[in-house]
Design a protein around this ligand. Structure first.
Ligand code: RTP
Ligand code: MG
Length: 148
């Protein structure tokens, strides 16, 4: 069982896409461990995108991700990281296949609707950056089979 951090970016929240995007991950069989509508602080944005610091698009990226509320989520599932990135589609909208989230909803490399962790290490860091431990259900067996 793997955990991943998925985040609906300001363009998705502004376009009122939260419901239909959450639906895709529920339909796939992932389980939601926590979620919140929040605005990323500058500090959180810098931690979240630390790997891109210094790149030509970095300033634009930070401006965009802090420009409005995001919907931050933690999901669990078998191979949740790779599977959710497949569901998201490629970063470049020209390469994002129809049927994927970006393929269906994004035309811009920056305003691309959703973020998903790219490794277990990134997931840990990204989750800790946006959630207190008490805000999340513990990961583990399917929630339906738990006794509390
Ligand atoms: P994300 O981190 O947002 O989930 O996206 P990703 O893994 O598909 O792409 P990544 O390489 O991590 O890049 C992070 C975000 O930076 C913007 N970007 N712009 N202009 C460019 O060449 C360029 N490259 C990346 C995108 O908005 C991407 O989501
Ligand atoms: Mg990335």
């Amino acid at each position: 069982m793997e955990k991943t951090f998925l985040m609906l970016k300001p363009d998705a929240v502004q376009r009122k896409m939260i419901g239909r995007l959450v639906q895709r991950f529920e339909d796939k069989g992932f389980e939601l461990l926590g979620a919140k509508l929040t605005r990323m602080t500058m500090k959180q944005a810098e931690i979240h995108y630390a790997e891109h610091a210094g790149k030509p698009f970095y300033g634009e990226l930070i401006d965009f991700i802090t420009s409005g509320p995001v919907f931050a989520m933690v999901w669990q599932g078998e191979q949740a990281i790779a599977m959710s990135r497949t569901m998201m589609g490629k970063t470049n909208p020209l390469e994002a296949a129809p049927g994927t989230i970006r393929g269906d909803y994004a035309t811009d490399k920056g305003l691309n609707v959703i973020h998903g962790s790219d490794s277990p290490e990134s997931a840990e860091r990204e989750i800790a950056n946006m959630f207190e431990p008490g805000e999340l259900l513990p990961s583990g067996p399917p929630i339906a089979s738990r006794s509390n």
